[in-house]
Design a protein around this ligand. Structure first.
Ligand code: COA
Length: 350
């Protein structure tokens, strides 16, 4: 191995690289405005916009699961890659809102795609889930274990949010949606790694902050998985120490971007497009300021979707591609931060 550094895949010039073959997305049709939320909880359009930048989000209709959104996003990505579901070797789904407690969403999504007998991995790393999934997919592709990997971020938050005054601090922030990418290798015939594709992925976690953004129950850690007492005490409600999350998010994401750039001896000037996890527009703006990037080099769409956690980066990536904001050879930087705490970054030469 040319160079091994703890925390990211060895940079071996002879090793093939991973590229994003295509993207896809699906958000529910139902648009929920801030004013609609203000009818059921003590909040206002002004408060939500000012604190988060969010104007509206999407919520599923009854009977629509995360695996449905994920399957639709996956079908779009497969279509754009000119591939059929049977061409996939492996499926990775990042979600913090699985369809069921077990089995994971991956197998439901697999079934909906009409394929069998490929491994389905569920990734449970919240807002950083897409980057964690990308790290695994990239390693599998680099070593030649799999050729075609589907990576999906899919979330249904709306059914778990407490749409009342007690839940207003989180209910206004999160939305439903799914994004997908099909990943594959760039064959390396020349002996030197091509200057394209996923350059590296960097992932981190610090469990000392686990309870700062979490849903405490259902919990196998307690005597009963779920009880009336859990519900009465509000343990099934997402609980967040918002200010602490904000403080860490605006520090960890820039750190992770610098980390990735340093590995490749690149600078902030080299970044053509930054897609930060869409946690909160104020967080993204603080990250942008800290990195000194101009508006045209940062992509945000949280205004329309709210925070879709693991789905936010692939949805934003899809829209970025659709809008023609990425050209061949551009350096794309992804960064995320979320519950756990978990965070990370990735550099992709488009
Ligand atoms: N509407 C109106 N008021 C609300 C509200 C809502 N939806 N949610 C909370 N409030 C109230 C609080 O109860 C508090 O009232 P009080 O002063 O009477 O106690 C007041 O607004 C201020 O709350 P506070 O939590 O101090 O606000 P803030 O300025 O820190 O902003 C967040 C709150 C959640 C917007 C902010 O902390 C944040 O963005 N954190 C990061 C959240 C995030 O991105 N999470 C996902 C990360 S992956």
């Amino acid at each position: 191995m040319a160079s091994f550094r703890r925390g990211f895949f060895p940079q071996d010039e002879r090793m093939r690289r991973t590229e994003v073959l295509s993207t896809g997305y699906r958000v529910p049709d139902r648009v929920v405005t801030n004013d609609e939320l203000a009818v059921v909880m003590d909040t206002s359009d002004e408060w939500i916009r000012q604190r988060s930048g969010i104007v509206e989000r999407r919520w599923v209709e009854s009977g629509e699961a995360g695996s449905d959104l994920g399957a639709a996003a996956a079908e779009m990505a497969l279509d754009r890659a000119g591939l059929a579901a049977r061409d996939l070797d492996c499926l990775i789904v990042a979600t913090l809102s699985p369809d069921h407690f077990f089995p994971g969403t991956g197998v439901f999504l697999q079934r909906k795609l009409g394929i069998a007998d490929i491994p389905c991995l569920d990734v449970r790393n919240q807002c950083s889930g897409f980057l964690y999934g990308l790290s695994v997919a990239d390693a599998w592709i680099r070593v030649g274990q799999y050729e075609r990997v589907l990576l999906v971020g899919a979330e249904v938050h709306s059914t778990g949010l407490h749409k009342n005054d007690e839940g207003r601090d989180t209910a206004v922030l999160f939305g439903d949606g799914a994004g997908a990418v099909v990943l594959g290798p760039i064959e390396n015939g020349s002996g030197a790694a091509p200057d394209r594709g996923v350059l590296s992925v960097h992932i981190h976690a610090d469990g000392t902050h686990a309870e700062k953004l979490w849903v405490e129950a259902p919990a196998s850690a307690y005597d009963t998985l779920i009880s009336h007492e859990h519900i009465d005490r509000g343990l099934t409600r997402p609980a967040m120490q918002g200010r602490d999350v904000f403080k860490h998010a605006v520090a960890r994401m820039p750190e992770a971007v610098h980390e990735a750039l340093a590995v490749h001896e690149l600078s902030l000037d080299d970044i053509d497009m930054l897609i930060p996890h869409q946690a909160n527009l104020r967080i993204s703006q603080a990250v942008q300021r800290s990195l000194g990037l101009s508006d045209d080099r940062v992509y945000n769409n949280i205004q329309r979707y709210g925070n879709t956690t693991a789905a936010s980066i692939p949805i934003a990536l899809h829209e970025c591609v659709e809008e023609g904001r990425l050209s061949e050879g551009d350096l794309l930087c992804l960064t995320a931060f979320g519950s756990g705490f978990t965070w990370g970054s990735a550099l992709i030469r488009w």
